[in-house]
Structures are given as structure tokens and as C-alpha cells.
Design a protein around this ligand. Structure first.
Ligand SMILES: Cc1ncc(COP(=O)(O)O)c(C=O)c1O
Length: 397
């Protein structure tokens, strides 16, 4: 770690996102097929954009209540009932700047310095960083082929210490695209109960599943210590609007709000108007995008099959393909850089998601079909070529 008395040790030791590094490096190359970013390849549906434009003209240009405008919180309550089978009151809902701020507020509200949080490895890279920003310690639990990419209760039991404060569950998941089946979820919640842990349930991809139901932990009634984290980003292709929400136990809501309000004052009013339009309007757009992601997933699987490969885990949700490089002695970060330099494809290296991701690449199939065909084809051709075609790379094993 660099030391510089001008800055906090937390800031100086915060890990840098391995995906950002690829995004930045890709700016120096032309004709890059971008498969690295977890962002819907669609525009926000027109009726949402129109409603937001109208809201601006109608004066939605001021601060709003810190916890979110009442009309939005009420609609979120309806959505939670309809989609997630969560029965919550509006006073349990906190509208946040994307799921990202919801997660940050969650960690900072429940963790004391030195506490530990169990997080998936591989898992979205910001989980670990945010736990770190909360002066706490991320402890990875593994998601691997050996356990069908599901958290192992046995391993979790071995990781719990007196400092463990929470377990983060991400279903449907990034980067694997795996839904945790209800029976397994029940076991996880019972584990959390046994150790009196908070459960932080990141459900950002709740409406992007392919033929399997995404079950919300908070709907199962096993534990009350649950923070459910949701987002408009992926469901409605609204990544740039920066809006999401968390749902917390009623008695704790004011404490979460206390951590959220000084940070952001309130979520952008126009984004809240857009979110209201998203929930009020036709929901067909979700199905249409989901069906398109399913087609793109199938396209990826058929390109893999043509190359004699298969996905490490066939994704049943989200828009990511978790691909084993088959090159165990080379770091995936080095492979990702080589793919950029040699064949102009940007992919996310598995290491960006934790140590267990080191032999993997995450390919986003949120990209357009043409980009997927070109990009994934280039990746697979490159990986199929002889390992001696990786001359610049130091082998680590
Ligand atoms: C698992 C997961 N959680 C949270 C987020 C952040 O979403 P938002 O745009 O709502 O902040 C992402 C974004 O990629 C994600 O993949």
C-alpha cells in the first residue's frame, strides 16, 4: 500500500476495479469489441424518457425527501408485492443512488470497524471495496463448479468468526448469472439465523431470469435481519439515471436513513419521476429485453459449442457468461490485456471478481449481437491457439 499522510489509509488501500482498468486501457485501441461492461445494450424505454422530460418541465428540479418521494415509495411497495412477494410498508423503503449507494449505506449502517462480512468470491468487485470503505473486512466464500456455483454452508460455517456481522447474497448473480434455488436459499438464511448475521440480499437482476424464478430471501420469513437491495439500472436499462432502493426492517429504517441523508441529500428528482413512470407504465419492455438477453445467451452458448467449449456455468439469469480460460498458469488479468492488444476485444478478467476468478473471464452478453459474434469468436480463437502464443505473459505457476 502507498503511504501518504495527506490521505486516509482507507482511501489509499481501496482496491482499484479490474474492469475499470480494462475499460481505460481499451481507449487506446481501435475497433474494440466491448464485452466487459455490465450494462444493458438498450436505450431506456421511450415512455420513461418522455415522462422524465415532462417532469422536468413540470418543475421536478428540486430536492426531494431524503428517503424518496412518497409516490415512488408507494409504487415500490406494490412492485415488491407483485414481483418479489415481499410485504413491506413504504416506511421500510429507502430510495438510493442506484443499488450501489444502497449497498454502501447498508455496510456503513451495520458494520463497526474490524467487523467481517461474508461476500461471494467471485462476486461483483464493489462488494469487497465497499466493505473495505466501511472499515470492515471482506471475507470471500467460494462459488465454484464443485458446488454448482452455490455457496457451501459447510464452508460458510468454517468462515464465521466472532466478528462476522453479515453475509451478502447475490442472486441472480454477477459475474456468474446464477439464481440460488429456494431450498438452498432457505439453508443460507438458517445459517445466518444461527449466527445472528444480517443478510444483505443484492437482487439487482431480479427480473432478468431465463425460465427460473428469482426468490427473494425477505419473502421466506426465515429471518428479519434482511436488507434487500434493488435497482432500476438493469431491469429498465436505466444505468445512467442512478436509481435503486433498499428495503429494511421497519424499526431500523430511521438508522439507515441517517447514514444516507448526509451523503446524498436526496436522489435526483427527475430520476425518481422516471422510476415512477417505469413502474406505472407497461412492463412488456422488461419481457422484451429479457427475451433478447436469453437469445444472446443462446447465441453465446452456440458460439462456444462451435469452438468445442462450454460455459463454466450455463447462466440462468443476468447477462454474463463465465468462461474458463483453460490456461491455469496465466492470470486472467494478463489474458484480458492480451486479448485487448492482440485481437481488440475487451472482456472482464475473472480476478476483478475475487481470487477464485483467476482462471476465468466474464463476457457480457448485454452487448449487441454483432459485437458478441465478433468479440466472442475472437476470444475463443485466441484461447484455442497454442499457449505459446502468449509470449509476453509471465506464467505464475
Ligand atoms: C451485483 C450488482 N450489484 C449492484 C450493482 C450496481 O447497480 P446500480 O447501477 O443500481 O448501482 C451492479 C452493477 O453492475 C451489480 O452487478
Amino acid at each position: 500500500m502507498t503511504t501518504d499522510p495527506s490521505f486516509s489509509t482507507i482511501a489509499l488501500s481501496a482496491p482499484r476495479s479490474g474492469i475499470r482498468a480494462i475499460v481505460e486501457a481499451s481507449a487506446n485501441f481501435s475497433d474494440v469489441a466491448h464485452l466487459e461492461v455490465g450494462e444493458p445494450g438498450f436505450q431506456t424505454p421511450e415512455h420513461i424518457v418522455e415522462a422524465a422530460a415532462q417532469a422536468l418541465r413540470d418543475g421536478w428540479t428540486k430536492y426531494s425527501p431524503a428517503v424518496g418521494v412518497p409516490g415512488l415509495r408507494e409504487r415500490i411497495v406494490e412492485k415488491l408485492k407483485r414481483v418479489n412477494r415481499i410485504h413491506a410498508g413504504a416506511d421500510q423503503v429507502l430510495v438510493t443512488v442506484g443499488a450501489a449507494e444502497g449497498l454502501y449505506v447498508s455496510f456503513t449502517t451495520i458494520c463497526n470497524p474490524g467487523d467481517e462480512v461474508l461476500i461471494p468470491d467471485p462476486g461483483w468487485s464493489n462488494f469487497a471495496t465497499m466493505v473495505h470503505l466501511a472499515h470492515s473486512k471482506p471475507v470471500g466464500y467460494s462459488l465454484s463448479g464443485e458446488n454448482d456455483f452455490l455457496p457451501s454452508i459447510e464452508e460458510l460455517e468454517s468462515l464465521v468468526t466472532a466478528r462476522t456481522k453479515a453475509i451478502l447474497i447475490n442472486s441472480p448473480s454477477n459475474p456468474i448469472g446464477r439464481v440460488i434455488p429456494e431450498a438452498h436459499l432457505r439453508e443460507l438464511l438458517e445459517f445466518a439465523n444461527r449466527h445472528d448475521l444480517w443478510v444483505i440480499s443484492d437482487e439487482c437482476y431480479d427480473e432478468i431470469t431465463f425460465g427460473v424464478p428469482s426468490v427473494s430471501p425477505a419473502a421466506l420469513g426465515i429471518t428479519d435481519k434482511i436488507i434487500s437491495v434493488f435497482s432500476f439500472s438493469k431491469t429498465y436499462a436505466m444505468t445512467g439515471w442512478r436509481i435503486g432502493y433498499i428495503v429494511v426492517p421497519k424499526s431500523t429504517a430511521p438508522t439507515f436513513a441517517r447514514m444516507h441523508e448526509p451523503l446524498i441529500s436526496s436522489v435526483s428528482s427527475v430520476a425518481q419521476a422516471a422510476a415512477i413512470a417505469a413502474l406505472d407504465g407497461p412492463q412488456d419492455c422488461i419481457r422484451e429485453m429479457r427475451d433478447e438477453y436469453a437469445r444472446r445467451r443462446d447465441l453465446c452458448l452456440s458460439i462456444l459449442a462451435e469452438h468445442g467449449r462450454s460455459a463454466a456455468c450455463v447462466p440462468d439469469s443476468a447477462f454474463y457468461l463465465w468462461l474458463d480460460t483453460g490456461i491455469p498458469d496465466v492470470h486472467s488479468g494478463d489474458i484480458a490485456l492480451e486479448l485487448l492488444r492482440e485481437v481488440s476485444v475487451a472482456v472482464a478478467p475473472g480476478t476483478a471478481f475475487g481470487a477464485n476468478g483467476d482462471q476465468f473471464l466474464r463476457i457480457s452478453f448485454a452487448a449487441d449481437t454483432a459485437v458478441i459474434k465478433t468479440g466472442l469468436g475472437r476470444v475463443l480463437d485466441y484461447l484455442s491457439s497454442s499457449p505459446s502464443s502468449l509470449p509476453h505473459i509471465a506464467r505464475h505457476r
